[in-house]
Design a protein around this ligand. Structure first.
Ligand SMILES: Nc1ncnc2c1ncn2[C@@H]1O[C@H](COP(=O)(O)OP(=O)(O)O)[C@@H](O)[C@H]1O
Ligand SMILES: [Mg+2]
Length: 193
């Protein structure tokens, strides 16, 4: 992910604010990067960083999904190009469906292949899905391809890399560790305060 300017809501017209809200779920309509934790903003804005990918982890309610939808809105404003934030559980169910319904011919046109090459990959809540060897392989292939092609990505999770390694395997955890700068979010569950 390239470094980006963080747009403040105060710079925008009410029309622009309304327009960009439509691209995110209702609950995150008011997610603005200006309210994100300082260390996240610093990383996003930083010029010439060594690693271009980011792994954000922290307990439930620490603001991970807020950040990714804030990023989505910010990028929409900067580049006017829509893209999907992939919830990991949803991805898992699509991978399963595709493996059952795609014919041999269609196999090239899977979501998995798309995610290997897209220039913008953001996966939210990684490892929330129930473990299976099949899913481990899917996620491994995606991350390994991106690792090999040095394509950037952003991943959030309730789990640390150590926990991810225990849950889904150290091959995936080590790819993430190799590619990503790591930010831990701490603090109370914002849903409860
Ligand atoms: N920086 C923030 N400013 C204001 N509200 C926030 C912020 N971060 C999170 N929230 C709110 O707190 C709640 C939990 O945040 P969320 O991003 O869903 O947590 P997580 O994805 O880490 O479980 C949401 O309702 C969200 O809108
Ligand atoms: Mg979340």
């Amino acid at each position: 992910m390239k470094n980006m300017k963080i747009i403040n809501k105060s710079e925008l017209t009410p029309e622009k604010i309304e327009q960009v809200k439509k691209y995110v779920p209702k609950r995150y309509e008011d997610a603005w990067l200006e309210n994100a934790p300082e260390k996240v903003k610093e990383w996003l804005e930083k010029d010439g960083r060594e690693k271009r990918s980011l792994f954000i982890y922290g307990k439930c309610g620490t603001g991970k999904t807020y950040i990714v939808f804030g990023i989505k809105k910010n990028l929409l404003l900067l580049e006017d190009r829509d893209f999907t934030i992939w919830n990991s559980t949803k991805l898992a169910s699509i991978f399963r469906d595709e493996s059952m319904t795609k014919s041999e011919y269609d196999r090239n046109y899977t979501l998995e292949n798309l995610l290997k090459t897209t220039d913008r990959l953001i996966i939210d809540d990684f490892c929330a899905e129930k473990y299976s060897e099949f899913l481990e392989e899917c996620f491994y292939r995606i991350m390994n391809d991106r690792w090999e092609s040095t394509a950037p990505m952003m991943i959030t999770s309730n789990f640390s890399l150590k926990e991810i390694s225990d849950r889904i395997g150290d091959r995936i955890a080590s790819r993430i560790a190799g590619m990503c700068d790591i930010i831990e979010l701490t603090g109370e569950d914002k849903r409860l305060v």
